[in-house]
Design a protein around this ligand. Structure first.
Ligand SMILES: C[S@@+](CC[C@H](N)C(=O)[O-])C[C@H]1O[C@@H](n2cnc3c(N)ncnc32)[C@H](O)[C@@H]1O
Length: 336
């Protein structure tokens, strides 16, 4: 029987990690604060984001068949179904199944299928390493570092493009008494990605009774999941925190001001905008290249935290905290 009191262990599809960083790990995986004065930063200095141009087979085939560009909403529907499949994979089981397939097809001299199975195998190993071993995607320790220290009590949290909702739940664990509104215009995100998110996954947060740590689960967070285009929301300025994870980099520059504005529109005065985007590092370029069929259905950029900060700063945000964790940049800002 698994010792669930352990602080970190591997489940078939993901890692559980209730540890805090040691000082050494912190120095390796979390870098916060670099720019002191954003008014002195220019696009000439920081350059432009890197556009990921390798797209999925599914998108290419759709466009060839239909003779037009894949509409953005449909591209998100493809992405969410494709990405979700990987989150629910039993990785050790899939690896062993694939090994048998590679050998079996090669013995039958079905070389094309054997090579396809090898490619799947490579992707599975990469996924196992990035998501399950390194925990780079959910990165609970990094997210907790990024989200700590906000001056909020029982906050109302709005999560834009919420997908499975992970980061809002991590925030809610850290700030007891939170209530969450998740918004995504793909119903699959509510009905499957959020619904299938493991109820046993432990989110480490604060115990309001003792001030110590406490483990929370999905069912502990009062959550309203709204299926809507963000552009059609009509809330008042009623949220303490507006959050997005992997949203800004999917919009070309002409739309960036509007996306920044989405984060400001429903914030209470003094509320926090929290955004993260994937980092422009060589490892991420390799990842999005090898995982193109799984991940690349929509427009996508990789950016540095300086580029991300400049998009926010020049669109009226005051940056309180910026930096990066394993695979994402993170910024906490207020309206200027
Ligand atoms: C890249 S995902 C966020 C990354 C997420 N952490 C994940 O694991 O997939 C962005 C999400 O935003 C949603 N989205 C994009 N544009 C939207 C819009 N205008 N209104 C509502 N949801 C939107 C997509 O459906 C998608 O689920």
């Amino acid at each position: 029987m698994k010792a669930t009191m352990e602080n970190t262990y591997l489940e078939p599809s993901y890692r559980v990690d209730k540890r805090s960083f040691t000082k050494r790990e912190h120095n390796r995986f979390v870098k916060l604060k670099g720019v002191r004065d954003w008014s002195g930063v220019s696009w000439d200095q920081v350059g432009r984001p890197f556009e990921v141009t390798r797209v999925s087979k599914e998108k290419k085939e759709w466009e060839l068949r239909e003779g037009k560009a894949l509409p953005v909403h449909a591209s998100w529907e493809m992405f969410n179904r494709s990405f979700h499949e990987w989150f629910v994979k039993d990785v050790p089981d899939s690896l062993s199944h694939n090994r048998k397939k590679i050998v079996g097809e090669a013995l039958k001299l079905h070389l094309t299928s054997s090579v396809e199975a090898m490619n799947d195998h490579l992707r599975l190993h990469l996924w196992n390493y990035v998501h399950r071993i390194q925990d780079g995607i959910w990165d609970p320790r990094g997210k907790r570092e990024l989200f700590k220290g906000l001056d909020v009590k029982k906050p109302r949290i709005l999560f834009l493009g919420a997908a499975e909702g992970y980061e809002a739940m991590q925030l809610a664990a850290m700030y007891p008494g939170s209530s969450i509104v998740m918004v995504d215009y793909d119903p699959f995100c509510k009905d499957t990605r959020y619904e299938d998110f493991p109820g046993s996954y432990p989110f480490l947060g604060e115990n309001p009774d003792t001030g110590g740590m406490k483990v929370y689960h999905k069912r502990d967070f009062p959550t309203d999941y709204v299926i809507s285009d963000i552009r059609e929301l009509s809330y008042a300025k009623e949220f303490d925190i507006v959050l997005s994870v992997g949203l800004l980099e999917h919009f070309p520059d002409e739309h960036k001001p509007e996306v920044v504005d989405w984060h400001r529109k429903f914030l209470k005065p003094g509320g926090y905008m929290i955004l993260t985007t994937p980092r422009a590092q060589w490892k991420s370029k390799v990842y999005y290249n090898l995982m193109a069929d799984v991940m690349n259905h929509t427009y996508r950029e990789l950016m540095t935290v300086e580029q991300m900060g400049l998009y926010l700063y020049e669109n009226g945000a005051d940056i309180l905290q910026h930096g990066y964790i394993k695979v994402h940049n993170g910024i906490i800002a207020k309206t200027r």
